[in-house]
Design a binder for this molecule. Structure first.
Ligand SMILES: [Zn+2]
Length: 493
């Protein structure tokens, strides 16, 4: 909507009527969170904010609907899917969507009060799509070039993330995003919580709902922990400062090449890691009595649930100081909240994931300690050698060897290289601690340059269930894991 509509300044709070007209000869339907109007093609929005927040699909989509009892309410959920799969696939997909909806309700103890009592999933799974997911107040629009048949888990993961936003960000909203500014960027220091914590609950929900296996969930966590543990960007900015970079990275094309490999970590990823660390820390220090679910629920009660003066507005948005105060209250220890924020959110430290995850019977260990490692290089096959396509991460063996973006590797370990795989194989095969000779071309220098990479053991981590690592599971580990990962769908508070 923001890309399609013009508006008049000064009329932002005037109600709007929208009428959709299908092309002649087709029987398309409308999927939208806009309010129903006089007929099936006519809809209304109470104000500009709501209109802009209402993606609308006019197509020959399939529709599934279910309701879930929620105290005195019984909201309806519409799953509108435009795809090329069959009815059976859609039926079972909609059942999985319902599992996600019920599971996430368990975190908060109730649904958000959807305007009109309805939440709409608008999904487009067609080969020519770009992949994306975007949250809205009473709907989400999720797109992918893959199909339910080919990528069910991936599509459900996006559904899980976006639906969690119906609480966290659509209603538990940072003050920096309220109201949305359609003329300029809203810069926010809270996206580690708004996006990052949502990114933690997306896969956690799939695990709790029985839609993924423990090893898959653990691999998802490992990916986030690796990124935050090893990215040089962690020393450059804090999670709060990474959040403020959103206008330059999320759906925005940088106007020039950046050094993000060295200066940036996604607030989705860092926030996900913070959420994991905070959840396990709260469980550890309270013997399982206080969890991140309690924190999210307290944020909901204090900031989301009070609502807004009209659909599209949030009357009690939060600040970072508010979130810290809520953590102090939930944990019963404001000094703990101060310390956690200072070190892990407004500082540069990471929690001790190995210790915290061990308490849940998950082993953190190097995933390939026998393999050589030179740094994560974005290698590209090319004529005359293998090009380094992005900035070389600072501090890595490749960086110390003098390699830079756009250098073209022509020889590694004495052998000519023409494909990225050649370089990967040579580096992985080098014994950690040994020198690896490289020859490369550097733009502006006529002669090939020779250097030596001091290959190290691959430091990157994997997270695996203790039983899979050949270790037993103690009763305490089993209890913590079960309390953390079992279904919370039946929770009422
Ligand atoms: Zn999100």
């Amino acid at each position: 909507m923001p890309a399609a509509l013009m508006w008049v300044r000064g009329l932002e709070d005037r109600p709007v009527t929208v009428r959709f007209a299908s092309p002649a000869g087709v029987t398309w339907r409308v999927a939208t969170q806009l309010f129903p109007g006089a007929d099936a093609q006519t809809f209304t929005a109470p104000n500009l904010q709501y209109l802009m927040d209402s993606p609308t699909e006019l197509s020959a989509h399939a529709l599934r609907t279910f309701t879930v009892r929620d105290g005195a309410r019984e909201p309806a959920f519409r799953v509108a899917v435009h795809h090329d799969g069959d009815d059976g696939e859609l039926d079972s997909f909609a059942r999985d969507v319902e599992k996600i909806v019920r599971e996430e309700r368990g975190v908060y103890g109730e649904f958000a009060p959807y305007d009109g009592g309805t939440y709409t999933f608008i999904a487009d799974y067609l080969p020519w799509n770009n992949g994306d997911g975007m949250e809205h107040r009473n709907s989400t629009i999720v797109t992918s070039s893959s199909s339910i048949r080919g990528n069910r888990a991936g599509l459900l993961s996006t559904v899980s993330h976006e639906f969690f936003h119906s609480w966290n960000v659509e209603r538990i909203r940072p003050r920096s995003l309220e109201p949305f500014n359609f003329d300029e960027a809203n810069m926010s220091g809270e996206l580690w919580l708004a996006e990052g914590f949502t990114n933690y609950y997306g896969p956690l929900t799939l695990q709790r709902a029985g839609l993924t296996r423990l090893a898959e969930f653990a691999a998802t966590l490992a990916s986030a922990v690796n990124a935050v543990t090893f990215s040089p960007g962690r020393q450059v900015r804090t999670a709060e400062e990474m959040s403020q970079m959103a206008p330059f990275v999320d759906a925005a094309a940088a106007i020039d090449r950046t050094d993000f490999e060295n200066t940036f970590i996604s607030y989705y990823t860092w926030g996900e890691s913070i959420a994991l660390g905070l959840d396990l820390t709260l469980r550890e220090r309270s013997d399982g009595k206080v969890t991140l679910d309690d924190f999210m629920r307290a944020m909901w009660q204090r900031f989301g649930k009070p609502g807004g003066r009209a659909p599209g507005y949030v009357d009690r948005p939060y600040t970072v100081a508010d979130a810290k105060a809520v953590l102090g209250a939930v944990s019963g220890d404001p000094a703990f909240a101060d310390d956690f924020f200072a070190r892990y959110i407004q500082g540069h430290e990471v929690v001790d994931y190995a210790r915290l995850l061990a308490a849940a019977g998950l082993v953190v260990r190097p995933r390939a300690p026998q393999s050589g490692f030179a740094g994560e290089l974005h290698l590209q096959d090319g004529p005359g050698g293998v090009r380094i396509g992005a900035a070389v991460p600072a501090g890595t063996p490749a960086y110390q060897a003098g390699l830079e973006r756009d250098d073209v590797l022509t020889q590694v370990g004495g052998a000519s290289v023409t494909r990225a795989d050649d370089v990967d194989t040579a580096v992985r095969g080098a014994r950690p601690g040994t020198p690896l000779a490289v020859t490369y071309l550097h733009r502006g220098r006529g002669q090939p340059i020779s250097s030596t990479i001091r290959v190290i053991a691959d430091p990157r981590l994997e997270i695996v269930p203790a039983e899979q690592a050949g270790q037993g599971l103690t009763d305490a580990q089993r209890r913590l894991r079960d309390a953390w990962l079992r279904s919370q769908a039946g929770n009422t508070f």
